[in-house]
Design a protein around this ligand. Structure first.
Ligand code: LHQ
Length: 262
């Protein structure tokens, strides 16, 4: 059977590539489980110090494989809540709770849940030809895979509502201009740039980077007063790491630090 997610670990980067190019990497159950397993590995394996998520072919991901969730098929009514509980939401939680950087290289169209999985990643680069489509309104659904949360948080109501209600494609350069993603880059340069970024993050002070991710995500739901305390605790923990000692030593000795992720 063809692997629906290809994984390669090199230089501390786990590259996970969605691999159903004939369907623009739309999710079937097998691909859901394979992607979840990749992020679980990133949690469990200390050798993984960053993740790079991308897709094969001309699309990044067209969301759910609609052939697999076709209400015309006989039998029980399709329970999409069950699909979210069983497949999307556990993966979304794994991405957000992974205290290691997750880079996403959006190589082509990202539609429906495919767009929103990209938006759950920490640093999103997209090929200039890529576009983001909140396709849900076209088929009578609501944005899922965290989309109604992340769009509202990142863009604010006016742009979030317009994208979600119209399902109008958002070109990568506009997405970058709006702050929805980090950067739009030339198509031919996307993978080199994304891999270089992921490698440099993987060679970084993993504990400190993970705590930074935790803090920035927590900011949305904590008061400044509470946040200052969480920040202090994280800094205390980072300050006890071997990588902090190495960072300071390297600075004082005027050399490049060699972080070990500890
Ligand atoms: C597809 C798909 C696809 C199957 C392209 N499924 N085959 C969560 C909970 C549970 C259930 C429901 O959903 C969700 C979350 C969601 O993600 S809902 C949103 C689902 N996604 C969509 O509605 C997007 C559907 N796709 C499209 O609108 C277009 O394919 C886009 C705009 C992404 C790309 O358009 P084109 O560049 O013109 O490509 P295409 O339409 O020709 O697609 C290429 C092939 O991929 C084609 O197959 P074929 O055999 O004719 O070559 C499509 O049928 C297939 N494909 N998306 N989601």
């Amino acid at each position: 059977m063809t692997e629906t997610v290809l994984t390669v670990l090199a230089d501390g980067v786990l590259v996970a590539t969605l691999n159903r190019p004939d369907k623009l990497n739309a999710f079937n159950d097998q691909m859901h489980l394979a992607l979840r397993a990749a992020f679980q590995r990133a949690h469990d394996d200390a050798a993984v110090r960053a993740v790079l998520l991308t897709g094969t072919g001309r699309g990044f991901c067209a969301g759910q494989d609609l052939g697999d969730r076709d209400p015309r098929k006989g039998g029980q009514a399709v329970d999409l809540g069950h699909t979210l509980d069983t497949f999307y939401n556990p993966t979304l939680r794994l991405i957000r709770s992974l205290e290691k950087p997750v880079v996403c290289a959006v190589n082509g169209v990202a539609a429906g849940a495919g767009a929103n999985i990209a938006l759950a990643c920490d640093i999103v680069l997209a090929a200039k030809s890529a576009r983001f489509i909140q396709a849900f309104a076209r088929i009578g659904l609501v944005p899922d895979a965290g989309g109604s949360w992340s769009l509202a948080r990142i863009l604010g109501e006016p742009r979030a509502k317009a994208l979600a209600l119209t399902a109008e494609p958002l070109p990568a350069e506009k997405a970058a201009e709006w702050g929805l993603i980090w950067k739009a880059v030339e198509d031919a340069a996307l993978m080199d740039e994304a891999l270089a970024l992921a490698k440099s993050l993987a060679a970084g002070p993993t504990l400190g980077l993970g705590l930074t991710k935790r803090l920035i995500q927590a900011a949305a739901t904590t008061s400044l007063d509470d946040h200052l305390e969480i920040e202090r605790d994280c800094q205390q923990q980072a300050g006890r790491s071997a990588d902090y000692a190495e960072g300071v030593a390297a600075f004082l000795e005027k050399r490049k630090p060699e972080f070990r992720g500890q």
